[in-house]
Design a binder for this molecule. Structure first.
Ligand code: NDP
Ligand code: X2W
Length: 318
């Protein structure tokens, strides 16, 4: 059976990438909006209500408006923005979160796709907190290294225009320490309070890595690198896009350096723990436009439609 799909925001960074994923598929009929009318409320409402699945690839405010335009009870929204990620009437679009999450995504008509930094952060900590290896009240902090496509069309244009070298060096941002992903990190990560989170954007298009430092003296006795790896392996068993790695794997460190772009053009997320007797770091990497946005959105659509989760996506073993 063919499903009708509309991408609201089809000319943006995430929307274009979803188009790339879907246009080759013969089980999807893509509804296209005339470019001139892409911000016309009535035309968007018409297409939204014709579709089985609508991807909202819009700023938060435009996503809220789009959600208010739905009157077809069969239309499923998958929203890429931050607008609904902690709204209890929406389902959090991270299938790997807990054992029941795929069923919730299958049954829900309102799915909030996960933030790119938040995906990496939550996939590192949540299974470990649930397994009792990390305490919910630990004073968590994290930094993230991300490519500039995370900032959408405007940031891409700024980086591409900066041929004078002015944007060559990495730039920390969100230094008010109130990044918009903190609420979802806390709530869906299972933390007692928001982490101290500092993202850094670099002069590369895409790829992202989140690093969470940990002091072993503040962790439960049994929390070792081996125990963490085992807990991830148990939690993510059968998850086609999650790759639990060992610090000894040759693909993890290249001459002592970690490649934050190694998952680019896939929907894969790599998880790894580094460290010694005293200190550890949990590290995840993913493509911010793949598992961090468009790939995850297509994965959620596949699950919602009852299709094989991996349809049209590159997975762990590819
Ligand atoms: N880029 C990334 O890595 C990630 C992005 N996201 C989220 O996904 C959403 C989209 O981001 P991204 O693709 O990067 O953003 P872009 O800025 O690249 O694209 C947004 C698109 O939305 C269109 N738009 C804006 N307002 C309206 C409106 N009122 N009606 C219809 N269309 C509108 C814009 O139109 P125009 O073409 O005129 O500019 C643009 O094409 C955001 O909420 C973002 O936070 C989530 C995870 C990762
Ligand atoms: C480099 C850059 O600016 N990246 C964006 C992340 C993009 C993202 O995940 O956006 P949403 O969660 O809003 O959907 C940021 O940190 O705000």
């Amino acid at each position: 059976m063919t499903s009708r799909v509309f991408v609201d925001g089809q000319e943006g960074t995430t929307g274009l990438r979803i188009f790339d994923y879907l246009q080759a598929r013969d089980d999807i009929e893509l509804l296209r909006i005339d470019s001139e009318r892409r911000k016309d409320r009535d035309e968007r409402a018409r297409l939204i209500n014709q579709a089985d699945v609508v991807f909202l690839c819009l700023p938060d405010e435009a996503s809220r408006e789009a959600a208010s335009l739905v009157d077809n009870p069969d239309t499923c929204l998958i929203d890429a923005s931050t607008a609904f990620r902690t709204d209890p009437t929406w389902t959090y679009g991270l299938p790997e979160l807990t054992p029941g999450q795929r069923t919730r995504i299958r049954e829900s008509k309102r799915i909030a796709n996960v933030g790119c930094h938040a995906s990496a952060f939550i996939m590192l900590v949540r299974p470990l907190i649930d397994a009792g290896l990390l305490p919910p009240d630990y004073p968590y902090s994290a930094f993230s290294l991300t490519g500039y496509s995370g900032g959408g069309k405007r940031m891409i244009a700024d980086y591409e225009a900066a041929t004078d070298g002015s944007l060559d060096a990495p730039r920390p941002y969100a230094l008010t320490l109130a990044h918009k992903h903190l609420p979802e990190m806390r709530i869906h990560g299972g933390l007692d309070r928001d982490p101290v989170f500092t993202p850094i954007v670099g002069h590369f298009l895409k790829g992202l890595s989140v690093n969470i430092p940990l002091q072993r003296s503040h962790l439960p006795e049994g929390t070792s690198a081996e125990a963490i790896t085992r807990a991830w392996q148990a939690h993510y068993e059968g998850a086609p896009f999650v790759n639990v790695m060992s610090a000894q794997d040759s693909e993890v460190l290249d001459g002592g350096f970690f490649d934050v772009t190694a998952c680019n053009d896939t929907n894969r997320v790599d998880l790894c723990v580094f460290g010694n007797e005293e200190r550890m770091a949990l590290v995840a990497r993913l493509d911010n436009l793949g598992k961090g946005a468009a790939g995850a959105a297509v994965q959620n659509m596949n699950i919602h439609l009852g299709l094989e989760e991996t349809t049209g996506l590159t997975c762990r073993l590819d």
